[in-house]
Design a protein around this ligand. Sequence first.
Ligand code: ADP
Ligand code: ADP
Ligand code: ZN
Length: 205
Amino acid sequence: MNVILLGAPGAGKGTQATRLAEKYGIPHISTGDIFRENIKKQTPIGVVAKSYIDKGQLVPDEVTVEIVKQRLAMDDCKNGYLLDGFPRNTFQAEELDKFSTVEKVVDIDVDLTKLLKRITGRRVCVCGESFHVDFLNGKTTCDKCGSELYQRADDNEETVKNRLSVYQNQTAPLIEYYQKAGKLVLINGDQSIDKVFEDITKTLG
Ligand code: ADP
Ligand code: ADP
Ligand code: ZN
């Protein structure tokens, strides 16, 4: 089961991917997470990626495609994978088609006007979970592992606005790309986390 989770920043890709990976026993591969790990370890890739991520721009394709190509070649992807945040433009999608066969593309659809609030209110944990301040009731630690939550450096209003326009200009055209390929499944992302999960699992089987 090779699946892509498509959707704007804040649509709920990471939230759903964590749950889907657990249910189906396949790896959740987030290019954003891979970049953030590299930034933390100050690797050469991390140094390059940071300058783009801080501005809300896409990290260059040659870096990003190579990372995904190597990751999908690893053993744990043999029975499938969940790609979250890749591809993000047509070039990346075409490259992916050259080294892997995607079966389904789940587009989590949320109105653009609601995304700014979702992202600026996002609080994340080192374990990979994300939360929203509106549901935390003042709690500052993770439900799953107890660690202190924090806000991502790029989840500020200025950077988010850039990311949303990058999404509209570069990523949204992928909806048509995968529709034409007969792989697209449209999911209403403006429902509870549980309901979105139920809708996705229904289409994945
Ligand atoms: P993405 O990976 O697509 O950028 P996340 O999964 O990190 O998005 O979710 C962005 C924010 O929205 C987080 O604060 C998360 O808790 C919240 N969120 C995710 N799904 C929903 C939902 N169905 N309803 C309300 N808030 C949600
Ligand atoms: P979100 O879903 O909230 O936009 P991600 O964690 O997916 O956040 O991505 C964070 C940042 O990492 C992006 O704004 C971009 O700079 C970079 N990035 C992630 N995936 C890609 C990709 N496929 N191509 C280029 N840059 C990427
Ligand atoms: Zn945690």
